[in-house]
Design a protein around this ligand. Sequence first.
Ligand code: ZN
Length: 245
Amino acid sequence: MENLKTLVLLQRLDQQLDELTILRGDLPEQIEDLEAELEGIRTSLTSADKFLKDADFQIDTLRIEIDAAREKTAKYKAQQFEVRNNREYDALTKEIDSIGRQIEEMEKKIEQIRNHKEESSKVSHVADPKIAHLEQELADRRAQLEDITRDTLDEERILLSDRKKLIEKTEKKMIDQYERIRSARDGKVVVKINRGACGGCFKVIPLQRQAEIKKSNKIFHCEHCGRFLISETLYDSFINGTPAK
Ligand SMILES: [Zn+2]
């Protein structure tokens, strides 16, 4: 009997808490999504900016190396006119070819850096307005959520503390059963008999069983949905016996 009363009160608390959650809607999820999106854009902006800062220096360094390599080539080509034999001539040709390949590699590298620079500039270009837009959106959503929670925060705190107290003084087995039915049955755990039927699944309850439930304080379960069944009188007395919130 005491247990049943606790469950009725617990259910009422949970319904009130559910209403508060419904008020908040999907704002908390929206805020999380916006935060993640902002974080992603900021990360790519940081790495693009870092690359851009370095890119020109890298290109300049490569150009200096290319100039040096070209000078060396010119020097070797001049030396080829002064060699005394074929062996020396061939050695210089080999050097010139090798430097030519190095120059090609470095030019390719410069081209890659330029392309990457272009992409990074694009990222940098679109990121700022996008970040500004997302920040505004995030601020709006946060303000909306704050408006909603400001009025309900105290209420929620009281409900949660009442809930905790109720759970502490109730058998764990009952609470486990309550939670199980609650998650399986859409939040309705303890239901009244309504016109001879279960108030949860609306299946008819045999007359004999109805009579038992009415005159007894024992716990009965609906044979169809498993919810706790209780007479209307008892249910109302539990609810009305509680001080109004
Ligand atoms: Zn039922």
